[in-house]
Design a binder for this molecule. Structure first.
Ligand SMILES: [Zn+2]
Length: 141
């Protein structure tokens, strides 16, 4: 029986870079905001809409994706698809404009490992980059 060799830090970082770019591709452009989906008399903390921000509407018209909805819950009073306000705020915060700067940071860090032929993180930046990559790769919680 053969065992799969563990990935090097550079490989882990590059896997996260690939995933970031693949998942961000085609998403509604950020930044995103969230607001209650519906206004009702009773407090409804679980019906949220996450959408692209509305632009300033300059003379050339709207920016791409202006105001586009990313996720809408509770639109028909259905509670099965709801998310909490905290979850909606997090989803909005983690909009896809984060993908490329994160990918570049992880890619640069992978390049450092490769350039120096290292397989162990040494600097705090490398530990942090690896921690981010492992969350993205699904190996950490
Ligand atoms: Zn607009």
């Amino acid at each position: 029986m053969t065992t799969t060799p563990e990935r090097t830090p550079a490989e882990e970082l590059r896997a996260a870079v690939k995933l970031l770019r693949e998942v961000a591709d085609g998403t509604t452009r950020g930044p995103w905001v969230c607001h209650p989906t519906i206004t009702r008399d009773d407090e409804n903390d679980y019906a949220w809409t996450i959408c692209r921000t509305i632009c300033e509407g300059t003379g050339d018209g709207c920016e791409p994706d202006c105001g586009a909805n990313v996720l809408t819950t509770g639109a028909e009073g259905c509670e099965e698809d709801n998310v909490s306000g905290a979850d909606a705020a997090w989803i909005a915060l983690a909009h896809p404009a984060l993908a490329e700067p994160l990918a570049e940071w992880l890619e640069d860090t992978a390049g450092d490992f490769e350039a120096e032929h290292r397989t162990e993180p040494e600097m705090s930046n490398e530990f942090h980059a690896l921690a981010v990559a492992r969350v993205i790769n699904g190996g950490a919680s």
